[in-house]
Design a protein around this ligand. Sequence first.
Ligand code: GAP
Length: 438
Amino acid sequence: MDKIVALCKRRGFIFPASEIYGGIANTYDYGHYGVLLKNNVVAQWWKAMIQDRDDIVALDSAIIQHPRTWEASGHLAGFTDPLVDCRTCKQRFRADHLQELQCGCAPSKHPGEDPRCDLTDAREFNLMFETTVGPVKEAGATVYLRPETAQGIFLDFKQVLQFARRKPPFGIAQVGKSFRNEITPGNFVFRTLEFEQMEMEFFVPPDQAQHWYEHWLRERFDWYVRLGIDPEHLRLRAHDADELSHYSSATSDVEYLYPIGWSELEGIANRGDFDLTQHAQHSGERLEYVDPQSGERYIPHVIEPAAGVGRSLLAFLCDAYDEDEIGGERRTVLRLHPALAPVKVAVLPLLRKDGHPELARAVYEQLRRHVKTEYDDGGAIGRRYRRQDEIGTPFAVTIDHQSTDDRTVTLRERDTLEQERVPIDGLAQLLAGRLAVE
Ligand code: GAP
């Protein structure tokens, strides 16, 4: 993990937020390449949900919803972690994670193990962030930053049913920020206070719930494999009954073998009719499907694949990270799937003279219209290759002496390191073919 964190900082993918003030726990900012990588992860998720199938529609609901949402969803009463305080070191710990945490007085021990530790009994703390709507805090209404994007989907179920003219089975997909007051150390972007979720609620006739649960387990596992994660580093793990969330009758996690060990990457839950029933009761609206032909009415059951953008991105980075040796020199390389790579091709003039920069600039202008391209003329060519390898750029195009004579360039491939001579004319089409996602 230390190597991934160092690479992310060195190349400006991800770094601690508010660093000039000493940082803020479990909170990170994404820099240029981090934003590009994150956008590509999200774009691939949308592609799998919206472009590659025709039974899911998109939604972007509000972060701050009516406060009764969280009463109905069960989050106000039940979305809590058990916490203990130490009266000696004044630190607060997750009562169920003590064995993973360090004592505030004796860091080699766990909280409670040192004679100086003086822990309170465990108390339940709600994970939702609270704020106030209205100009006067005392008189305003207490509202919450959403702890999951899912609830906005349930609130809009009826609207979508009408304007999208859908009948179950169909899904509503959404990507957006969620917020949780996490106090457990986050392990980089694995657990953060604010994070993006990619969630899809798939509404099905009750007797099809098991079929679709199994369908989404397979689909979501395969999505990670298609985007380059070694299947040996992924597994599906069904939750035991005592692990299930208050809304779920069955949940399985897609787990990834992170450097911190097997951990949840995405959860796939059978939420049954819990959410629609709860919101119907609390709002007085009928949230059900009525078949226009038969008149049959029922409350659909919901299968929910819920992924985190940060956790996915971290898994893609961990799996792509590699170190090898070229001509006796160490190189760090991100073997990212081309669809995820922040930059697809780098254009590099060999020299800063002899017409190389002018031709390289023209090639760059041509390629950037098709794919994310970077122009780099700073430093020795070997160093420029290393720089691109570190950010996972699949191809580098080098303009040299021969290029100005015969309008050919060398095309270097990140993983095999093969270099081939190819004509400038048709280069964009050649690269488009090699970068294509099947
Ligand atoms: N709507 C269901 C739901 O929110 P969850 O398992 O609590 O389920 C879904 O969250 C996914 O969101 C997780 O698998 C994880 O990828 C991501 N996630 C949850 N809490 C997170 C946090 N504090 N930081 C980063 N990602 C988080």
